[in-house]
Design a protein. Structure first.
Length: 502
């Protein structure tokens, strides 16, 4: 008997290891030979731990499981059970997705290279090895792939710059310092399909002439670090990495601002994680002063399918200049939270109210924040906005790393605006004055607004303009997004508390 159970961090937090132990013990007690394959997560977090069994080439699911469910599972021969979900891929949340980057997550043992090959892995790398570097870059450029880390910069243009740059040594750096609230796609990929990231980085190395790659992962991801580190050893043993191109895993110390590419480079070089002034760009003067490609996990993990299936296939999905698919990560006060990979273009309303079922509390959705702690708050009247780079920008927000946090009507948006400034003040690297000082003044001015100071709103508007235009990086530059959107769409939450009580 073969069963599949996730060992993704979310599943582990919800008791997956205890369920695995109970399944093994129950099988031994019944004299049943059991093969328990530990996978990544399918991304349906409310169903974790999600157990799957394959019957007639179809995976059937059971969840969310508890240890007490295991005996009845065996009694029912894994069929008629209260927590039976039927065919997993027919569950509406999963059936409505377009899984390109996350096609293998939750399906295979993440450290089984043979299973990775059997499910389409390494086809992109094999094709890339038959192509000239400029042709690889042209294929990625034609696909329309843009930076999934948040900036949305065209990946092909970045690669072309590094390919054409002078340098005896070039580097590929993967930014896995995923620190935005409500984001977990990078972690899920590294825990559920690490060879996909390795393949994408190897293709990038061929494309620009780099012989060395680095993955900079945040220390808060111990499971991802362990899984990816083991995958690197397996890849070296299989000859995928080695003399021609190798990858080293670096672990950051937990600084949010090290998600900014130049602060990340400083950290990798053993310096303080502070933002560098640009130019020069990392594509010309990056890690150790050499030409460097810096892409995030999802950007690099999207490359194998582009090379395997072709640019035309990839760009057949999407909207406008937002081509391909995006892993939407839904968290917060939401009924069905998790990872939903879909073509760009879905509206906020369709995702939150239709697919995710609204709030977990059952109260009306008040707002969603898109793009992490620096993203704007979208009120219900703007839920018709399509999820795409230009579409979110036109609505006064940003899609960022596609983390979406849901709030019900009990949320105090005045407090959330204050938190945005507080977050910036705590996480600022201190290099530039608008961010370092502006965020502290921002907290004070929001307190003045909530205390009833009539002059404070104008001061806040001026302060936000200074932070947006004068900050060296997006930390200070984007903090005005949540602050100004909260004040614009939820002014009642900034009414002095005494008046609000009356």
């Amino acid at each position: 008997m073969t069963l599949f159970l996730p060992q993704d961090a979310a599943a582990l937090a919800l008791g997956a290891d205890a369920v695995a132990a109970a399944l093994s013990a129950e099988a031994r007690a019944r004299g049943i030979e059991l093969r328990l394959v530990r996978t990544g997560s399918r991304g349906m977090i409310w169903l974790e731990p999600l157990l799957e069994i394959e019957r007639d080439s179809v995976r059937h699911g059971f969840g969310p499981l508890e240890v007490s469910d295991t005996g009845a599972l065996f009694e029912s021969d894994f069929s008629d059970h209260p927590k039976a979900l039927g065919p997993v891929e027919a569950i509406p949340f999963l059936a409505r997705q377009t899984r390109l980057t996350f096609a293998r997550c939750g399906v295979i043992d993440p450290l089984d290279l043979g299973a990775y090959r059997a499910h389409g892995g390494l086809k992109g790398l094999a094709r890339a090895r038959t192509m000239a570097p400029a042709d690889i870059v042209a294929e990625v450029t034609e696909s329309g792939l843009r930076g999934r880390g948040g900036a949305g910069f065209p990946t092909g243009i970045k690669w072309k710059t590094v390919l054409e740059a002078e340098g005896a040594q070039k580097y590929i750096v993967c930014n896995a310092d995923e620190g935005d609230s409500g984001t977990f796609a990078d972690r899920m990929l590294m825990e559920g399909d690490p060879f996909c990231l390795i393949e994408g980085m190897a293709i990038a190395g061929l494309a620009v002439g780099a012989s060395r790659g680095y993955v900079y992962c945040r220390s808060e991801y111990p499971h991802a670090i362990r899984t990816f580190g083991t995958a690197l050893e397996i890849a070296r043993g299989a000859g995928l990495l080695g003399a021609g191109f190798d990858i080293e895993l670096r672990v950051g110390a937990g600084s949010y601002v090290c998600g900014e590419e130049t602060a990340l480079l400083n950290s990798m070089e053993g310096k303080r994680g502070t933002v560098r002034a640009k130019p020069p760009l990392p594509a010309h003067t990056g890690f150790m002063g050499r030409p460097t490609v810096i892409n995030n996990v999802i950007s690099l993990a999207s490359v194998p399918v582009i090379l395997a299936e072709g640019a035309e296939h990839y760009k057949s999905f999407g909207l406008g200049r937002s081509l391909g698919t995006v892993p939407l990560q839904v968290a917060g006060n939401v009924k069905h939270g998790g990872l939903f990979e879909a073509a760009f273009g879905m509206t906020i309303r369709e995702l939150i109210e239709d697919i995710c079922g609204g709030t977990a509390s059952g109260r009306p959705v008040k707002a969603v924040q898109i793009g992490g702690p620096l993203g704007a708050y979208f009120p219900a009247q703007m839920f018709g906005t399509a999820l795409g780079y230009e579409e979110c920008d036109a609505a006064g927000g940003l899609i960022g790393h596609a983390g979406i946090v849901v709030f019900d009507d009990s949320a105090d948006m005045g407090r959330m605006a204050h938190f945005a400034m507080e977050f910036c003040a705590v996480e600022s690297c201190g290099t530039c004055t608008p961010c370092r000082i502006g965020a502290v003044r921002g907290m004070e001015v929001i307190d003045r607004i909530r205390a009833g100071d009539p002059a404070a709103p104008a001061i806040l508007a001026d302060l936000c303009e200074t932070m947006r235009d004068g900050s060296l990086c997006a930390l200070g530059g984007f903090t005005p997004y949540p602050v100004e959107s909260a004040l614009k769409y939820f002014p009642e939450d900034f009414i002095p508390q005494k008046e609000a009580a009356e």
